[in-house]
Write a protein that binds this ligand. Structure first.
Ligand code: URA
Length: 425
């Protein structure tokens, strides 16, 4: 095989054979294809796309570049969720325990945040003592003991994806739908879950800005899952405004605990319950306990407490609080018709809740509390947002990104996506 032939085949749209795909992914992972050659191939894929056969084979080759986890020793079916990421998206925190409380096991390998979207591990690490890195044996122990584990992916999982993602990041090829879909699905299939629900976010705060792009990504991922014998369902969900009221790390843990206590913002509860029902149905447990009941009767909270303790965390410890707060008040009275997810996400990032580079630390206490959500009536001077940061010098830049991010009109209805836009199976 020759890298140039593979690049030309994709450039000239003659299609890649299975052997070419297997060879290219393996040779790149071993260092036998140069970075500039894989960059050219990734750009040809971005420009010319991939067929379903090609993208499934590409995903398969990425899975085979590393280990594949196996949870067959568990006495319950496994099911997991992946979100494409958004602002205030803390859903994994209540979701994993609620699904475990309803009888499935959730083996979730999760990531850290980059840019304006947060990462589940960053949020959980704000709990004093909680540890993200577990060996496979420790993961199995936590899963057996509690029914849910959320931890960092080890280096052995889809190493081809890690290398390729770093290259895509510096070559303008992150946006390719087949490359995004194969990247996400290779890690989720290698994780060994028996069923998967995808939360594909749509809107300014999401990777996919339009319903059409989100649908294409969801259909591609569902196709890959199905081709690999994984029961896969996707929900397209709104990310044109922040999810819930809290955006940051510790503030999102606190909001998740409210949901686990049977309260919390209605959109977080609704999405948690909808995703939990899909996860349970995909695992063959549609007729068991309902997730809404598990949030009300304390059983999801019990799993949460055991899951946090099993990973060294203290579920009763006080969460970190930022040193400084700044209030943004409503400039006029009326209806809040817009609260832009991207503007709020960038502001939280600039306050210190997120990172610009992979190696940057995050501030656990930094973030934003949204006191009003689109559709709410507000009165001039009332608090709209509270910004939290460790250093007051961060407020000016955060406020810049909130400039134009919200709108109050005398009367009116917000023009928003429904929380759950569509379901793709
Ligand atoms: N998340 C991933 O894991 N991969 C991508 O390519 C994009 C988002």
């Amino acid at each position: 095989m020759d890298a140039i032939d593979v690049i030309r085949a994709k450039r000239d749209r003659t299609g890649l054979t299975g052997e070419q795909i297997d060879w290219a992914v393996d040779a790149y992972t071993r260092g036998a294809i140069a970075e500039e050659q894989m960059a050219a191939l990734a750009m040809a894929i971005l420009l010319n796309g991939m067929t379903r056969t090609e993208v499934s084979r590409w995903t398969d080759a990425m899975i085979r570049s590393g280990e594949r986890m196996d949870w067959s020793a568990l006495d319950r079916p496994t099911t997991d969720k992946h979100s494409t990421g958004g602002v205030g998206d803390k859903i994994t925190l209540p979701l994993a325990p609620v699904v475990a409380a309803c009888g499935a096991a959730v083996p979730q390998l999760s990531g850290r945040g980059l840019g304006h979207t947060g990462g589940t591990l960053d949020k959980l690490e704000s709990i004093p003592g909680w540890r993200a890195s577990l060996s496979t044996g420790e993961m199995l122990d936590v899963l057996t003991g509690t029914g849910a584990v959320v931890c960092a992916a080890g280096g052995g999982l889809a190493p081809a994806d890690r290398k390729l993602y770093a290259l895509r990041d510096v070559t303008g090829t992150v946006e390719s739908i087949p490359l995004i879909a194969s990247s996400i699905m290779s890690k989720k299939i290698a994780e060994g879950t028996g069923a998967l629900v995808l939360d594909v976010k749509v809107g300014s705060g999401a990777f996919m800005k339009t319903v059409a792009d989100a649908r294409e990504l969801a259909e591609t991922m569902v196709g890959i899952g199905t081709d690999h014998g994984l029961r896969t369902v996707a929900l397209l969900t709104a990310m044109d405004r922040p999810l819930g009221r809290a955006v940051g790390n510790a503030v999102e843990v606190a909001e998740s605990v409210e949901v686990l206590a049977g309260a919390g913002p209605s959109d977080v509860v609704e999405l948690t319950v909808a995703l939990a029902r899909e996860m349970l149905a995909a695992a063959g447990l549609a007729d068991g306990k309902d997730p809404a009941d598990a949030l009300q009767d304390g059983s999801a909270m019990d799993v949460w407490r055991r899951m946090i303790s099993a990973q060294g965390g203290d579920p009763d410890a006080a969460l970190p609080v930022a040193n400084e707060a700044h209030e943004v008040t409503a400039p006029s009275s009326g209806v809040l018709t817009r609260l832009d997810a991207y503007g709020v996400g960038v502001a939280a990032w600039r306050l210190g809740a997120g990172r610009a580079r992979k190696e940057d630390p995050v501030s656990f206490g930094a973030g934003i509390i949204c006191h009003a959500k689109p559709g709410d009536t507000v009165t001039e001077g009332q608090p709209l947002l509270t910004l939290h940061a460790d250093e007051p010098s961060r407020f000016d830049r955060a406020l810049e990104s909130l400039d134009g991010a919200f709108e109050i009109t005398e009367s009116g209805t917000p023009d928003l996506h429904p929380l759950i836009i569509d379901r793709i199976a």
